[in-house]
Design a protein around this ligand. Structure first.
Ligand SMILES: Nc1nc2c(ncn2[C@@H]2O[C@H](COP(=O)(O)OP(=O)(O)OP(=O)(O)O)[C@@H](O)[C@H]2O)c(=O)[nH]1
Ligand SMILES: [Mg+2]
Length: 429
């Protein structure tokens, strides 16, 4: 689809189209069949569907023409080139959404939700981003702003007319600030969980050589991803694959077995294993269940969030390994225990992704999360100042809070912030 936005959109596209009525007379928001022609030679290159959405009722708030062609990259390049020759220019990344924001069609939290929606990798991440796009966070922050403006105005009146007992009672103001702060804390917790749903988690399979790590990776992924062999030290590079558990992308990293390296290549492999461990949210410590447990790896990972796996559970278990508390037995050969391991993993993922389900769930950009944190700090300072400092001091903090809330919605944010946000979008969005 080729999208053209701006006051000259119709003029830029019209010369390329042949249709029963001229493009300029198309009723707004209706789809019509058109022929796309080379404006110079008049030769037909495609049959397309075309819609004109007139300002201000369009995505960008400007006149928008959308042309759905058959979609060969060569054809689209050609038609785009002709439209550019007709007076348009190529859009910058995220420029349509930026214009939508600048024209008041979306607030900044919603504009960022567009990027989150595009980047969503699971149904659950899509649902969270869609809610943010529909104004989930925006409505809450807008209501908070209104309440805060009310408190600030009341306190200012009280400050100006100290004798007359008008404006806000400090006790009432404090109660409101405490309530707003509690709201922000709740949103923050929710947004942090939402980030997990959006970004996903990483789990590394670690353990001694030959324990069955690569076989287990393949079993968990349900495909033959990593090389498996009876020779210890088969895996050297990190091999990865992603599965979705509870609607959260989980990146699995298969690593080189950790032992005393026999050569430089193994030493490098083990160095990479340790780096993968550091980068992971969770470890799957894989032990060969048929031999005595590898104490070294167990000790090294003792302080980490981990699931211990007794691999090769189809073989006779070694009594010491079988005695390990809370280990999950699994066999990549028979498939036994793999479901139970996936269930354990799902529980771990679910615990990090949501404390109380997605009810009222929020996914926010990192920028929004930082602003929510600043907002919470400003409320804490404001609350303390309302307790024992002059009103002026509390007002400074509450006005800081107001600025943070405004920034989430895009009030008075500068070009630098907008450039940063929209540069992360893809072209055409
Ligand atoms: N019986 C049985 N053998 C297994 C099982 N899983 C792996 N093996 C065998 O154990 C050997 C090592 O398996 P890998 O998956 O390559 O082990 P690894 O931990 O990735 O080994 P390195 O990459 O060398 O550290 C291979 O011969 C596998 O066929 C299992 O569940 N049951
Ligand atoms: Mg391996």
């Amino acid at each position: 689809m080729i999208r053209v936005s701006g006051p000259e959109a119709v003029a830029a596209v019209a010369p390329l189209l042949r249709s029963s009525i001229p493009l300029a007379e198309f009723p707004s928001h209706t789809l019509r069949r058109v022929a796309v022609v080379d404006a110079k030679s008049g030769e037909r290159v495609d049959e397309a569907l075309c819609a004109v959405m007139r300002a201000p009722r369009s995505y960008t708030g400007e006149d928008v023409v959308e042309l759905s062609c058959h979609g060969s990259p060569a054809l689209l390049r050609m038609v785009t080139r002709w439209i550019v020759a007709g007076g348009a220019r190529l859009a910058a990344p995220g420029e349509f959404t930026r214009r939508a924001f600048l024209n008041g069609r979306l607030d900044l939290a919603q504009a960022e939700a567009v990027a989150l929606l595009i980047g969503a990798r699971t149904d659950r991440a899509v649902a969270l981003a869609a809610r943010a796009l529909a104004g989930g966070l925006s409505d809450q922050v807008q209501a908070l702003r209104d309440a805060l403006v009310d408190v600030i105005a009341g306190l200012e009146v009280a400050l100006d007319f100290p004798e007359e007992r008008v404006g806000h009672d400090v006790g009432v103001a404090r109660a409101t600030v405490a309530r707003l702060r509690a709201d922000v804390e709740r949103w923050l917790a929710s947004a942090r969980h939402g980030r997990v749903v959006h970004d996903g988690l990483t789990a590394a399979l670690v353990g001694p050589p030959n324990a069955g790590k690569s076989s287990l990776l393949n079993a968990l992924l349900g495909r033959d991803r990593a090389i498996v062999s009876p020779v210890p030290g088969t895996t050297r590079d990190i091999v990865e694959g992603t599965i979705a558990l509870a609607g959260v992308p989980l990146r699995l990293l298969d690593t080189a077995g950790i032992d005393v390296p026999r050569d430089g290549i193994e030493a490098e492999g083990i160095r990479r294993s340790r780096r993968a461990m550091e980068e992971s949210d969770l470890l799957l410590v894989v032990l060969d269940g048929s031999i005595s447990p590898a104490r070294r790896v167990l000790e090294e990972t003792a302080h980490r969030a981990r699931i211990v796996v007794r691999a090769k559970s189809d073989l006779t278990a070694h009594p010491e390994t079988a005695a390990l508390a809370d280990a999950v037995a699994a066999s990549a050969v028979s498939g036994g225990g793999v479901e139970a391991l996936l269930d354990r993993l799902t529980q771990e993922v679910e615990r990090r992704a949501s404390a109380a389900g997605d009810e009222g769930g929020i996914v926010a950009s990192l920028r929004q999360i930082e602003l929510l944190e600043s907002l919470s700090r400003a409320f804490a300072a404001g609350d303390a100042a309302l307790g024992d400092a002059p009103l002026e001091a509390a007002l400074v903090d509450l006005k800081d809070a107001l600025t943070c809330a405004g920034s989430i919605l895009g009030v008075d944010v500068g070009d630098a912030v907008l450039n940063h946000i929209f540069s992360t979008f893809c072209l055409g969005k």
